[in-house]
Design a protein around this ligand. Structure first.
Ligand SMILES: N[C@@H](CCC(=O)N[C@@H](CS)C(=O)NCC(=O)O)C(=O)O
Length: 357
């Protein structure tokens, strides 16, 4: 991306689709409405007449139902190489300003190289305010034209064996998303560039970098709504958040850090698991499993009737516990937790991403 003093922005994308399909995505209303808004927003209304001198009107809607309407006129339409149209916000602080979007399409090895120039901004701040929206919308365009194109935008960096990395992989698999898996160790120089605390995982979506598993899963859920990982009711959503927080605040520490990892990376005398640490962790885990067992009750999901973000974060930890020495013995007293685990183990998203440790 580059900008210059005349307050324009330029973006390029390589898309695995022929120029004709990319061109049509800009001028066919049903296609435009699938990508022409930043992630997390929808396009409930679009009307257009793709002829030079005619125009378009498009409304974007945010999750809080606020809307943003855009209108403009086609200046050039040369299928499949070039489209130019004006761009004007309606009822907005920027409403008085008419800017110009130029889209140039060239065939390349992958399919099409798209070069977009948005010019005519009156100041750099206004230009810069449009950059994240364009980046996010173009990511959606790439994905619409090539479902595998998410891999060009989405990259997960972590270690497949980490329970938190596994949780994000489950969420990605639930949503059928393609992504690049970048194997990185915690605290490696590359990881610290994405995650200032050095932990894994971190997600990159184009130019947007995010860390903390629950934030990543929530982001994916808002960007790719189907199937939903947040329950529909307010109380169940709050319950799901409660279990995500309890998992990372208490359960991970006792079950993984002080139990499973003691066996995987023994640090006790003679390179053996530290018996004192293990005994203390077992006592705590027993108490925690009783709490979880109560919470599951007769359900297979921890936060109510349906599989949610809470299961995505919790169940990899329970699975590791079950596979650790003495794990099944601990779980023997928690039949509801075992039933929840068995039900999640049947999901493709879980089986396909299950690390072999
Ligand atoms: N709160 C973080 C925790 C991430 C985390 O602790 N990941 C572990 C691997 S499962 C890690 O990076 N451990 C390295 C360390 O503890 O320094 C999240 O939710 O993503």
């Amino acid at each position: 991306m580059s900008q210059n003093a005349s307050f324009e922005l330029s973006l390029t994308r390589r898309i695995s689709a022929p120029p004709e399909r990319v061109f049509d995505a800009f001028v066919v209303g049903a296609q435009l409405s699938r990508w022409c808004a930043p992630r997390g927003m929808t396009v409930p209304k679009v009307a257009l007449d793709p002829r030079v001198g005619q125009g378009y009107r498009l409304t974007m809607e945010a999750r809080d139902r606020s809307t943003f309407t855009l209108t403009g006129e086609y200046r050039e339409l040369l299928r499949p190489t070039r489209i130019a149209y004006t761009w004007q916000w309606v009822d907005d602080a920027m409403a008085a300003l008419e800017t110009l979007v130029l889209v140039e399409l060239r065939p390349c090895d992958e399919g099409t190289e798209l070069a977009l120039t948005h010019s005519g901004f009156s100041d750099p701040a206004m230009r810069d305010a449009h950059i994240p929206g364009w980046n996010s919308s173009l990511n959606r365009l790439v994905e619409m034209l090539d479902p595998r194109g998410t891999a060009a935008n989405l990259a997960l960096s972590g270690d497949r064996r980490s329970t938190y990395t596994w949780s994000v992989r489950i969420a990605l698999a639930e949503k059928g998303l393609h992504y690049e898996m970048v194997e990185r160790a915690p605290h490696s120089a590359e990881q610290v560039r994405l995650h200032p605390f050095g932990r894994i995982p971190a997600l990159r979506d184009g130019d947007f970098i995010l860390f903390e598993t629950s934030a990543i899963v929530r982001y994916l859920d808002e960007c790719f709504p189907e199937p939903a990982l947040m329950p529909a009711s307010v109380r169940e959503r709050a319950r799901a958040e409660q279990w995500v927080s309890a998992t990372s605040s208490y359960l991970y520490d006792a079950m993984i850090r002080r139990y499973v990892l003691q066996y995987l990376f023994p640090k006790g005398p003679g390179g053996q698991p530290d018996a004192v640490v293990i005994a203390a962790a077992r006592a705590e885990i027993t108490r925690y499993l009783a709490i979880l067992d109560d919470a599951y009750g007769e359900h297979n999901a921890i936060a109510g009737e349906t599989f949610s973000i809470a299961d995505v974060v919790l169940v990899p930890i329970i699975d590791y516990l079950a596979r650790a020495p003495g794990g099944n013995e601990l779980l023997a007293a928690a039949p509801n937790v075992r039933r929840g685990l068995a039900s999640v183990r049947l999901r493709d998203s879980f089986r396909e991403t299950c690390p072999s440790v």
